[in-house]
Design a protein around this ligand. Sequence first.
Ligand SMILES: Cc1cc2nc3c(=O)[nH]c(=O)nc-3n(C[C@H](O)[C@H](O)[C@H](O)COP(=O)(O)O)c2cc1C
Length: 144
Amino acid sequence: MYHIIYSSQAKKAMTLTTLVVLLMQARALNERQHVTGALVYGAGQFMQVMEGEEAVIKDLYERIVQDPRHHDVRKLAEGPIATRSFAQWAMAFGEVPADKFEVLCRVAEYQTPAQMADHLAVGRAVDERLLAKMKELVHMHAKG
Ligand SMILES: Cc1cc2nc3c(=O)[nH]c(=O)nc-3n(C[C@H](O)[C@H](O)[C@H](O)COP(=O)(O)O)c2cc1C
């Protein structure tokens, strides 16, 4: 099992309709590929964790990077995981206020390039903090 976490900027403010279209597409594709995860949207920014088979997750990330609906895609974490954090979700979703998204960014900021390079040794604990925060947010602000 493998995961990638990234953040990005929406190209233009997403409306409820464009978010729902995105989410329905993502969930349908993820179900087929046994991908699970969570997507947080707030203040025009996304943060997403996706988990599944390594090759599937790497391929999905490459597709997501190319997606014209957002830009400035920044990888925050990548590596093998023991278990899924969002096993019940084809893609959990939460839309959060700007201040909540800022808190999430602050947790992610601990991931220095050095931590990324030595991911398994150092990144683990940071990932856990970030995943815990994402879990809290999607549960508090869950939609659909
Ligand atoms: C913020 C964001 C999150 C996305 N999440 C997923 C996802 O979890 N699963 C997925 O299959 N596609 C996701 N997509 C859509 C992909 O970028 C892509 O459009 C989709 O996988 C179809 O790929 P294709 O057009 O190359 O067939 C996401 C797009 C954006 C902008």
